[in-house]
Ligand binder design. Sequence first.
Ligand SMILES: [Zn+2]
Ligand SMILES: [Zn+2]
Length: 182
Amino acid sequence: MSTKPQSPYAVSVIDLLHKPGEMREKSFDVAEPEGFGNAVIGVRQGSSVHVDVRLESLHDGILASGDVDAVAEGECVRCLVDVSLPVEVEFQELFAYSEDEAFDYTIHDDYIDLEPVVRDAVVLSLPFQPVCQEDCLGLCPQCGVRLLDNPGHEHEAPVDPRWAALAGLEGLTDTESEAEKR
Ligand SMILES: [Zn+2]
Ligand SMILES: [Zn+2]
């Protein structure tokens, strides 16, 4: 009797070992224990990851082919609102009987651990510049409001950057002069 490994992505293949031609399918959901992604978007810790996998017994080992469904979360790089991105990716890897370095993945104690396979497939599919929508207009460079929330947003006279510093200083007395005009 083998002990079940720690990874929630581990799948027992004991019934398929050394039976070339045998095949089985399995589906499972994992609450991702750590979370993974790139610097700007990723699958959060505790987020549900659905895996459908087809396991085929080959002479060299077990071929795992399948797909992953998850939701990646991050921020729009243009306007900074939260972004939820459904991720659907496929994978196919051989888990070898041999511990030879030629194989990236091997079978341990009658289990294969799909975690690194799932992780790599998802991370490779993630955008480096996630946006809330393709035509996101970003933030107003002058005041920072989100332009999609403020259609028609504009400022009166664009401030010449050469005068901006002076305007900042004059701003201190602005309220006074405005009051005098009324
Ligand atoms: Zn956006
Ligand atoms: Zn503005």
